[in-house]
Design a protein around this ligand. Structure first.
Ligand SMILES: NC(=O)c1ccc[n+]([C@@H]2O[C@H](COP(=O)([O-])OP(=O)(O)OC[C@H]3O[C@@H](n4cnc5c(N)ncnc54)[C@H](O)[C@@H]3O)[C@@H](O)[C@H]2O)c1
Ligand SMILES: [Zn+2]
Ligand SMILES: [Zn+2]
Length: 384
């Protein structure tokens, strides 16, 4: 089969690899119809992880079931399914508690929790930027999509990661109706956090970034765009909230946060949040941070993933914080129903739909945050 393979920093190629196949009775084999490029892929693409060369990337996948193992009861050949980026078993202690991002069965290393498709440090599983994908524990992992899924693929494919992840960020932040929310990052994840805050009836949603195309997408759904290249985002948010700060804050950037000049500071968005969220406010962090980052220009972060965090002010303000990968399965059914009923249309951020052989160009443009490249959906098996 054809697949997009990681070949080293800023180098990905479409090449022939062995076909994905059923390996265990509980597996499902999916012919991929849509698979996205994610900001998480860019950490790997840029060589900022220990991703092995030769691995197939892609963790935001949907497609048609073409074969099921003998032990699969629920999912059927012909079903259109969306796969959570987390590969979970559905029966371990964490899965039982809805914490499928921290599954204790699917990681190969027994000291680890959580696995994902085509992801550095998250198990040996190949990704879905390919013609076919093997889905372990298919009954548990496949979200079977409604009738209209084939026509609305660019909406439903967002259930694999970024829509539930944006929602998770607002859950970690504890967003309630009528509240004010500040979101750092207007990439796909930050925009989904803004959509989620809207769905939760937040009164005022403010989104910080410096890319006009991304801020414009935030504005399209009624959020207030805050350009941090024009003035301090902290000052702008304080001004909009009568000096109080926002009720809730969302971190949707991660460890490669940088200033508008492009210099990386892994503590920048965390500290900006402490300053722009109110006393007793809550902060959700879904932007990725890692325990080791040898490529970091920041001395502290490089060694052990440490950041110079404004802990004193954070404590003084009585804030709290929730972090981590999103438990996609905790939300994907419900968010699927919102798409089906026309109450959520996450595809508004999609800028490009490309065949698989154009994926390397897609990576290059999305990585450069080129103007107008806000979210790329790949179609490895033709247009539908
Ligand atoms: N927790 C999870 O389950 C999960 C899931 C998916 C993605 N992620 C992570 O979420 C993060 C965002 O993903 P994405 O796809 O939106 O990526 P992205 O890289 O496309 O978007 C990040 C955005 O942040 C902006 N930014 C950079 N520094 C900033 C700063 N100091 N202040 C404000 N904005 C700043 C960039 O301009 C960019 O638009 C990544 O770290 C990704 O790995 C986490
Ligand atoms: Zn992703
Ligand atoms: Zn599990």
């Amino acid at each position: 089969m054809k697949a997009l393979v990681y070949d080293g920093p800023r180098s990905v190629n479409v090449q022939d690899v062995p076909d994905a196949r059923i390996e265990r009775p509980t597996d499902v084999l999916v012919k991929i119809t849509s698979t996205n490029i994610c900001g998480s892929d860019l950490h790997m693409y840029e060589g900022r992880t220990d991703m092995e060369t030769g691995r197939v990337l892609g963790h935001e996948n949907m497609g048609e079931v073409i074969e099921v193992g003998d032990g699969v009861d629920r999912v059927r050949v012909g079903d259109l399914v969306c796969l959570p980026f987390n590969i979970s078993c559905g029966f371990c202690r964490n899965c039982d508690n809805g914490l499928t991002a921290f599954c204790l069965t699917t990681p190969v290393d027994p000291t680890m929790a959580g696995a994902a498709y085509g992801f550095a440090g998250m198990g040996p599983y190949n990704g879905g930027q390919a013609e076919f994908l093997r889905v372990p524990y298919g009954d548990s992992n496949c979200l079977v999509l409604p009738e209209d899924a084939r026509e609305k693929q660019t909406d439903y494919v967002m259930l694999s990661d970024i829509f539930p992840t944006g929602w998770h960020c607002t859950e970690l932040a504890g967003v309630q109706p009528g509240e004010t929310v500040v979101i750092y990052g207007a990439g796909p994840v930050g925009l989904m956090a803004a959509l989620s805050a809207n769905l939760k009836s937040a009164a005022q949603v403010m989104v910080v970034d410096r890319h006009p195309d991304r801020l414009a997408l935030a504005e399209q759904i009624g959020a207030i765009p805050i350009d941090d290249s024009k003035a301090s985002p902290i000052d702008q948010i304080n001004e909009l909230t009568n000096g109080l700060g926002a009720d809730r804050g969302c971190e949707c950037v991660g460890y490669q946060a940088h200033d508008p000049q492009g210099v990386e500071h892994p503590n920048l968005t965390l500290n900006n949040l402490v300053h722009s969220v109110k006393f007793t406010g809550t902060i959700g962090v879904v932007g990725v941070f890692v325990p080791h980052d040898p490529g970091s220009p920041d001395k502290l972060y490089k060694e052990d993933g440490e950041v110079a965090f404004d802990y004193g002010l954070y404590w003084f303000k009585g804030q709290s914080m929730g972090t981590g990968q999103a438990n996609v399965k905790a939300y994907n059914r419900q968010l699927c129903a919102l798409i089906e009923q026309g109450k959520a249309k996450p595809s508004w951020i999609v800028s490009h739909e490309l065949p698989l052989d154009q994926a390397p160009a897609g990576y290059q443009h999305f990585d450069a945050r080129d103007d107008g490249w806000t979210k790329v959906v790949l179609h490895p098996n033709g247009s539908s």
